[in-house]
Design a binder for this molecule. Structure first.
Ligand code: ARG
Length: 740
């Protein structure tokens, strides 16, 4: 299509002419009235479309090399007239600044043939809320001109609502103008407004592209309160893929926000939405009644969702609404969407029921890669795997290990129990000694069936006299709840001597703050693992610390030496050293899954308790730690992932994490013998070398051994809590093996 110079050409020509005119007038005035040095600043704005360019972000920055290159190209083109080829296009908004001698402004305005009356230029505002200057504390200033250039992400349109609007009644005095452009050209003026608008019926503007300009002009007389306007979040998204995020992400979103995104992809395609990060406050209640993200007609999400949570719709349209209420905000979410063919949702991949696509090689490998276990369903297992009745395949060496790995107990069926073991009705084997001990050691509780005395329920503490105490944590609280004192015996534990004075993200412990902390060394080498003192002669550590490898016989007591009462590794020579007489790893320790990661060490000779050496209390078998509870971890392990160990004992506080959430974060690797604790935003955690050491919890004025440092995915990574052995689950086992 042949083109003449067109409107754009005319405008450019007019501006160029204006420039020349201004220059001439200026020169003449300067020449003839050099006594008058007064000049005023005039700004003229306009836009032109450059049709052979595709917009890139760098054009937003006039210092960028890309911008400069394009500007030079345009200047050359403007000089050599318009001969442009059509490809993509870029709209360039320009401002020409003139210094006009006082008294000549009217003549210049006339020459430029424009009605604009700009005398001041405000910088573009990146803020999502704009207010007239001084609002709400004082009225806007007289004789002012202010402008706000608003920009959105490419592909979005802007929606601006004035929730307060109170200007002078007469628009020829004060007014606000809203332009569908980045510069004030009359052609793109949407509205000129003045007077008062009720907040219940706010003035609202929607742009046709991702830019908008708001100007405020006031005269000398009578100033009013002004206005406040908000850019709405959300918008329309089209195209076969894209992304959006909650306001301010990854910073905290504001309260009382509602954003709606309407996604529409080409007909016949379906939409898959993925949330790489999702943190939306649930407040105190755990249903999505406070802040939430709703995928209309599909589901509502809130709280913390695992990385890359997916939602799909079998339609080419999707509406996503984000809502925050007036209380408690969080970091929000980012989301990406893409289309998929209804007939082939996972090209070359296995599709999980939750619509995730995983590598086909991960199918039937014994691990829950989908997150919903569907990659492990209906598997044909090879000889190295157990075929579970529910269709899962699990490694053969998990058979008859006392742990229900299949989920339906198939791997624990027909195992037959060894002598000294009791076979539960569900075929599980437990130690004979656990029968009728008041704890349900068989999953089905059959070890407590038919016992003469009353059975204490899971949530109760059993006294030596058989009485069941329902109050939580009755041990060592100074009250004889049992009547026979058994809940108050063995309470010389868990007390710090005095507090004066890696863990990743921790700090130096005070001297004797953790008098039960032990440093385990392979003889004549540096620190290897941590441990905790539970009596004069027994330590608790992790089973994985005492497994042989090709070079070192870690399972042999003779390999080890234990340093007690140690604060810094440098003081080793003057601390109390003990050799090890016996090591008892848990027989069901699984080196593949770290299940049952606990071991006992007997010292070659008892220690005398002192200010710096004391035992930690053991929790009752019935103790449960609610999510959110603060616990303390301590050790000489690495102070960052892959880093070196600490010299001074480190401590850090972390919080217990809900097991279901943790299991999802750790891809289904959490068993009931594990407790998760950490800081999900990352930065604080146990690390290599802390293993075997204590995770302690403060209760009844003393510290209890809630967990043993066991494993983690790296250290202190975001959404990767530390995993600890759940000590209450082993209370009976510790009693059985040590008498403590
Ligand atoms: N297995 C490690 C050790 O032997 C302890 C790892 C704990 N890791 C963690 N991220 N919490 O020392």
């Amino acid at each position: 299509k042949k083109r003449g110079p067109g409107k754009v050409g005319i405008i450019v020509a007019v501006v160029t002419l204006a420039a020349v005119l201004a220059l001439i007038i200026g020169l003449l005035v300067w020449h003839f009235h050099c006594k008058s040095d007064l000049k005023s600043q005039k700004i003229y704005t306009g836009s032109l479309r450059i049709t052979n360019q595709v917009f890139v972000d760098a054009y937003e920055n006039s210092d960028s090399a890309e911008f400069k290159e394009l500007a030079n190209q345009v200047m050359a083109q403007v000089r050599t007239k318009f001969k442009l080829i059509c490809f993509g296009s870029v709209i360039a908004y320009y401002e020409s600044e003139f210094a006009v001698p006082a008294g000549q402004e009217a003549a210049v305005d006339q020459a430029v043939n424009t009605s604009m009356r700009f005398t001041q230029h405000a910088k573009s505002s990146a803020e999502k809320i704009i207010t007239s200057p001084g609002f709400p504390d004082k009225p806007y200033a007289p004789d002012s001109f202010v402008q706000w250039q608003l920009r959105g992400d490419p592909g979005h349109v802007l929606k601006l609502s004035f929730d307060t609007f109170n200007l002078e009644e007469n628009c020829s005095n004060d007014f606000v103008r809203v332009y569908d452009s980045l510069v004030a050209v009359d052609k793109h003026l949407m509205e000129e407004e003045c007077g008062f608008y009720s907040p219940s019926n706010p003035l609202t503007f929607i742009s046709s592209r991702n830019v908008m300009l708001v100007t405020l002009v006031t005269n000398k007389e009578e100033n009013f309160p002004g206005f406040r306007a908000q850019l709405a979040c959300g918008g329309k998204l089209s195209g076969t893929s894209g992304s959006f995020k909650s306001p301010n992400f990854p910073s905290y979103y504001p309260p009382n926000k509602t954003c709606q995104w309407d996604i529409e992809v080409p007909d016949g395609k379906y939409i898959k939405l993925r949330f790489p990060k999702f943190m939306v406050s649930t407040g105190s209640l755990n249903h999505c009644s406070e802040d939430y993200v709703q995928i209309v007609g599909k589901s509502t999400l809130c709280g913390q969702q695992p990385a890359n949570t997916m939602v799909t719709v079998n339609s080419n349209k999707m509406t996503v609404v984000f809502k925050s209420d007036s209380s408690q905000v969080d970091r929000g979410f980012n989301a990406t969407y893409e289309v998929f063919e209804p007939t082939d949702p996972c090209p070359d991949k296995f599709q999980c029921d939750n619509k995730r696509c995983v590598n086909p090689s991960l199918r039937c490998d014994g691990w829950n890669d989908c997150g919903d276990s569907t990659d492990e369903r209906n598997c044909k297992c090879d000889a190295s795997m157990i075929q579970c009745r529910n269709g899962f395949c699990k490694p053969m060496f998990w058979r008859c290990d006392g742990v229900n790995d299949c989920g339906d107990d198939t791997d624990e069926l027909n195992c037959g129990c060894k002598s000294g073991e009791f076979q539960c009705k569900n075929n599980q084997c437990v130690s004979e000694k656990l029968k009728c001990d008041g704890n349900r050691d068989c999953k089905d509780g059959s070890d407590e069936d038919g016992c003469s005395r009353d059975m204490c329920k899971d949530s109760t503490f059993m006294c030596s006299n058989g009485k069941c105490i329902t109050k939580p944590n009755p041990m060592c609280d100074g009250q004889d709840d049992c009547g026979d004192g058994s809940d108050e015996s063995n309470c010389n534990c868990g007390k710090k001597a005095y507090t004066k004075s890696r863990i990743v993200g921790g700090q130096d412990a005070d001297v004797s703050e953790f008098p039960w902390q032990v440093s385990l060394h392979v003889k004549n080498t540096p620190h290897v693992c941590g441990a905790s003192i539970i009596s004069e002669q027994w330590l608790v550590t992790a089973a994985h610390c005492v497994q042989d490898d090709a070079k070192i016989k870690y399972s042999q007591p003779g390999t080890w030496e234990a340093y007690l009462g140690l604060h810094t590794q440098k003081e080793k020579p003057k601390s109390t050293k003990r050799l090890i007489k016996q090591i008892i790893p848990h027989k069901n320790y699984n080196s593949y899954t770290y299940d049952n990661d606990i071991a006992l060490m007997e010292l070659d000779s008892p220690v005398t308790f002192s200010e710096t050496i004391r035992p930690i209390c053991l929790p009752a078998a019935t103790d449960v730690y609610p999510a959110g509870e603060t616990v303390t971890i301590s050790g000489w392990g690495a102070t960052r992932e892959g880093g070196g160990g600490a010299t001074v004992l480190q401590k850090a506080n972390v919080r217990i994490i809900n097991s279901t959430v943790c299991d999802e974060l750790m891809s289904g690797q959490i068993t009931s013998r594990m407790t998760c604790a950490g800081v999900l935003s990352g930065g604080v955690d146990a690390c290599q070398g802390d293993s075997g050491g204590p995770m302690s919890i403060f209760s009844n004025e003393r510290m209890y051994l809630a967990g043993v440092v066991s494993w983690g995915d790296g250290c202190a990574r975001r959404n990767k809590p530390g995993i600890y052995t759940n000590v209450p689950k082993f209370r009976a086992w510790i009693k059985e093996k040590t008498g403590v």
